[in-house]
Design a protein around this ligand. Structure first.
Ligand SMILES: [Fe+2]
Length: 295
């Protein structure tokens, strides 16, 4: 049976039915899912009981799987999951919720700010795949914003103004905005800012989108406060309800999104209870703009 996609929001996001993606999938199915991603930018698959190995195998149909190093402050010996899996849970290695003052937890709260995964890497992410293994009883929605529709809705003057702007993205900017500002020398090196275009064009559809994230903290050639006001204005514009799909998690949902065309954020939840969501990230193909020589 061919897959079917039902649109979930007026401008984007679709729910896929007619396929089990936990096992091998055919090249035709992979092509149909890619085409669905190009069109809807967010796809929801229900009742997919993944193991980590199966989730990584499915993700690798769409490109290279990114390793999580460089994206958090969790020490290698404290990791709960394998290197190809990003831990978006509130759990420590022993399976219990992290303590309130845990540095790992406080850093990870940055996931509740609007962002695009790995925009702080020179080659930012293509897709993310998030699998719900334990759903928290209260809160914890994930919200997605369609950055193509947000771009389209800008006036022509703004489009001209921002067309060639280049931003600097770093985890130190997003965490710094929450008052999390203490980084070791090793972390400062790991989280060094990278450059990203503010407007990017989708390689298949040719649609332009705003490439924003709370990781963006500077714009080349612009005084910092002016840059941050512009970034805040654009983010406020792009995250209006008319551009936002709210995903309410059910157990074994797999949600897949295109980081080149969307932003997302988690919402608060009852952290005394477990929430186990696990992400696989498919790396992008190329930087959005040249980096500084020697970096
Ligand atoms: Fe994320």
């Amino acid at each position: 049976m061919p897959i079917a996609i039902r649109q979930l929001h007026p401008v984007f996001a679709g729910e896929v039915s007619g396929i089990d993606i936990t096992g091998p999938v055919t090249p035709e199915d992979v092509a149909a899912i890619e085409a669905g991603m190009d069109k809807y930018a967010v796809l929801v698959f229900r009742d997919q009981r993944f193991t980590d190995e199966q989730q990584m195998a499915f993700g690798s149909n769409f490109g290279r799987i990114e390793v999580s190093r460089g994206g958090n402050v969790t020490k290698p010996q404290d990791l709960r999951l394998k290197p190809g899996m990003n831990d978006v849970s509130n759990l420590a290695k022993d399976g219990r919720p992290l303590a309130r003052d845990s540095r790992q937890r406080l850093f990870n709260l940055g996931n509740l700010l609007w962002h695009s995964d790995s925009s702080f890497r020179a080659i930012p992410a293509k897709y993310s795949l998030l699998s719900a293994r334990i759903v928290n009883p209260k809160g914890g929605n994930t919200e997605f914003a369609d950055m193509r529709a947000a771009y389209d809705a800008l006036d022509d003057e703004t489009k001209r103004e921002i067309e060639d702007l280049v931003c600097e993205h770093s985890l130190m900017y997003s965490r710094g905005s929450l008052g999390f500002g203490e980084f070791s020398e090793e972390e400062k090196e790991m989280f060094k800012p990278v450059r990203q275009r503010l407007v990017r064009t989708h390689p298949v559809t040719g649609r332009k989108s705003l490439f924003l994230a709370s990781h963006a903290g500077a714009i080349l050639g612009m005084p910092t406060p002016e840059a941050r006001i512009l970034l805040r204005d654009l983010t406020e514009h792009a995250t209006q309800p008319r551009f936002v799909y709210v995903h309410k998690w059910k157990l074994y949902d797999l949600v897949m999104w295109d980081n080149r065309q969307t932003m997302h954020r988690g919402r608060r939840y009852d952290e005394s209870q477990p929430r186990d969501v696990r992400r696989t990230t498919v790396a992008g193909d190329a930087p959005t703009v040249a980096q500084v020589a020697g970096e």
